[in-house]
Design a protein around this ligand. Structure first.
Ligand code: FUB
Length: 308
């Protein structure tokens, strides 16, 4: 950003009180967390659940951004992205992920398309992890007519993106079917065909790719209401081997949408539940964080979700 834009963004950032446990944010309902680690700071990007109680439907128009240096004290930045920033989109600021490449930050986000029936994935770009972000293409990267096999209009959701050791970026996404495709180095165009990930048992949605000690992990929402499960592979193109359940259904929410990161020597599972009394629900969700541990063979230990 221009120096003045950056200053404005930082002036408005707000230090949030420490909650003392899960959920970590209680002043707003936050859902579908993704996380980015950069220069000793972790950024959480989340959708904003705005459905007033007792409405039980998704009302989501913008994404939120929080940062921390210690996973305890969090700063909220002004909303860096809104569905209105994608002129071709109708509504529904659903799940998203931000990744850095060559000093630029690319934000992949699922929304409802304005003219092509169904959900679509857009990409926005910024020079800063806290934005402001702008539509990088002026059109959707993925639309429902590009993936016709699933026969539902919401299969193009929940993007996760990863750049492998050969500098090849991959986008994974999906509901019912888990799709993946290579991205060109510009991060805004597909580089080859859309393929399907095989071997994921009971895949519902919310894929998340991470790497730890030489293994790739594809964690995802399993069945519905959702548990979390995962598969492991030595390469992003597979073969993926299903490894089992990572945790059980999140309190009072039929979705749980996880992100997994390593930060300052500790691994974390970041997800949402619907546990804030009294209005918390599947449509008024809250971001939570728990420690994550690995076994010697690389498998992940089951996470027992906590309120601490
Ligand atoms: O927040 C809307 C949708 O609910 C997400 O895209 C899914 O992962 C589920 O959490």
């Amino acid at each position: 950003p221009k120096p003045t834009e950056q200053k404005t963004t930082e002036q408005k950032a707000t230090a949030l009180p420490v909650t003392g446990g899960n959920p970590i944010f209680t002043h707003k309902y936050t859902a579908d967390p993704s996380a980015l680690v950069k220069d000793g700071t972790v950024y959480i990007y989340a959708g904003h659940d705005e459905a007033p109680a007792p409405q039980e439907r998704y009302v989501m128009h913008e994404w939120l951004c929080f940062s921390s240096q210690d996973m305890v004290h969090w700063t909220e930045h002004p909303s860096p992205l809104n569905v209105k920033d994608f002129a071709w989109a109708k509504d529904d600021a659903w799940a998203s992920q931000v990744i850095e490449r060559n000093g630029k930050y690319y934000w992949y986000a699922a929304v409802e398309h304005g003219t092509i029936k169904g959900k679509a994935i857009g990409v926005a770009v910024s020079d800063s992890p806290t934005g402001p972000f702008k539509d990088a293409r002026g059109s959707a990267l993925i639309t429902n007519d590009m993936t016709t096999e699933a026969k539902i209009s919401w299969d193009d959701i929940d993007p996760t993106v990863y750049i492998d050791g050969n500098n090849q970026a991959y986008l994974f996404w999906g509901n019912t079917i888990c799709y993946y495709a290579k991205l060109k180095p510009n991060m805004t165009e597909l580089d080859g065909p859309i393929k399907k990930v095989e071997g994921l048992k009971n895949f519902t949605e919310a894929p998340w790719i991470h790497k730890h000690n030489g293994w790739y992990y594809l964690s995802y929402a399993y069945q519905f209401p959702e548990k979390m499960a995962y598969a492991m592979s030595r390469t992003l193109e597979g073969p993926w081997e299903y490894k089992g359940i990572l945790n059980e259904i999140a309190g009072n929410s039929n979705t749980n949408h996880q992100a997994i990161i390593d930060f300052k020597g500790q691994s974390y599972l970041i997800y949402h539940n619907g546990a804030i009394p009294t209005a918390g629900s599947s449509y008024r969700r809250s971001v939570c964080i728990d420690y994550l541990y690995y076994n010697k063979d690389g498998t992940m230990k089951r996470v027992v979700m906590t309120s601490e």
